[in-house]
Design a protein around this ligand. Structure first.
Ligand SMILES: *Cc1c(COP(=O)(O)O)cnc(C)c1O
Length: 382
């Protein structure tokens, strides 16, 4: 232990953004200087360039650069004309923006329990929730919004089967999973439309807020392009529908162009470090499950243990930062209380909220850091 601490000899931070940016160096400087020189800060040429690159990366026909992940979700729902009187199924354990976007569109979030293995929306619980909602009548079930929690794609094959049976649209919340894959396809191509986020701590992070809508559907793409720009089409000044100030900034596009060049190396580094954690921690705590045929983008490496809070304190004493994603399931947030019917059964979401603990995972970590964190946990649980 003491030897390992000496090796680490510094705080083990959850994220390390400044260091990653320093590593980008000249690439980033060149991109940012170009934007300062041409001065087209809104819908400049870099936005189109990153859209082409993102679509190619995610293997979809269209990518639309937008202001944030939450706005990407909201504008996708608006493009699908989902609003007042409509119900959208969301997992109960996710970031509040998932359900916040549904409420923003004027629709009602319907909470679904998660799977105990993957922590993603449970297809069986979804089917029960749809059945319950249909019997209740209002709100009308319209869409399913699975979340790729911690970077692992949800079970889209099973979820799409439920969606097809009941005639619902699937809108993926891939805010944490850009770069992940499932059944041979990348995140972005796993649902009719996908929203992702480039918030600084996401797998592909900008220098502020940014996001994208990814889709193969030309109509959705065109609608989102219009909605993000005040509901105008092309360069006209006539609002054809109600829109938003929802564009991706040119500066963020430039940052993302620089970071996309080294993104695969980042994904590989995180996957390797995650694997090192799992080999050290398997059998001691519950480690993340990655189903056969899936690859995680490793937005977070999240373990589970009944003694979560005590372990977190022990790690803090050892100068190891951790995070809890998420301590309170959505149906217990004051903002969403009025959408809770009381008929939902959400025991797994409640349990994971009590047991989840996310460990530091970023390319700035060395094997010795992972070993130090793992040894501290092993000592605690032994
Ligand atoms: C981060 C996140 C969002 C929101 O993305 P922003 O870019 O911060 O608006 C939505 N859903 C999930 C699951 C997220 O993790």
């Amino acid at each position: 232990m003491e030897h390992l601490q000496a090796v680490a000899a510094r705080r083990v931070a959850m994220f390390d953004l400044a260091r990653q940016n320093a590593a980008l160096g000249a690439l980033l400087d060149r991109r940012l200087t170009a934007v300062l020189e041409h001065g087209r800060f809104v819908l400049g040429p870099e936005v189109e360039e990153i859209e082409t690159a993102l679509a190619r990366y995610a293997e979809v026909r269209y990518a639309i650069g937008v202001s944030s992940g939450r706005d990407a979700l909201l504008m996708t729902l608006m493009a699908l004309r989902i609003g007042a009187g409509d119900g959208v199924f969301v997992p109960a354990l996710t970031f509040s923006a998932t359900a916040g976007a549904v409420v923003g569109a004027g629709a009602v979030p319907l909470f679904v329990d998660i799977d105990p293995q993957t922590c993603n929306m449970s297809p069986a619980a979804l089917e029960q929730a749809v059945d319950r909602a249909l019997r209740q009548g209002t709100p009308r079930p319209k869409a399913i919004m699975p979340v790729d929690l911690y970077g692992l794609p949800a079970d889209y094959r099973s979820i799409q089967a439920v969606a097809d049976y009941y005639g619902l649209a699937v809108v993926a919340d891939a805010a944490q999973s850009f770069g992940a894959s499932y059944g041979g396809r990348r995140a972005g191509g796993l649902a009719r439309a996908t929203a992702t986020s480039f918030y600084p701590t996401k797998p592909l992070g900008a220098f502020g807020d940014a996001g994208a809508v990814l889709t193969d559907d030309a109509e959705i793409a065109e609608a989102v392009r219009s909605i993000r720009n005040h509901g105008m089409r092309g360069s006209g000044c006539v609002a054809e529908q109600i829109g938003m100030t929802g564009r991706m900034d040119t500066v963020q596009a430039a940052v993302l162009l620089a970071k996309l060049d080294v993104f695969d190396a980042r994904l590989e580094a995180c996957a390797r470090l995650a694997d090192r954690y799992t080999r050290a921690l398997g059998g001691r705590v519950t480690t993340p499950t990655v189903p056969h045929g899936s690859a995680s983008a490793w937005a977070l490496y999240t373990i589970r243990t009944k003694r979560r809070d005590a372990l977190r304190q022990r790690l803090a004493d050892a100068e190891i930062d951790t995070g809890i994603y998420y301590p309170v399931p959505l149906h217990r947030h004051p903002a969403f209380r009025r959408y809770v019917t009381g008929a939902e059964k959400l025991p797994v979401s409640e349990q994971v909220a009590d047991e989840a603990l996310s460990l530091p995972l970023h390319p700035g970590l060395r094997d010795a850091d992972i070993d130090y964190v793992s040894a501290t946990i092993a000592e605690f649980v032994s």
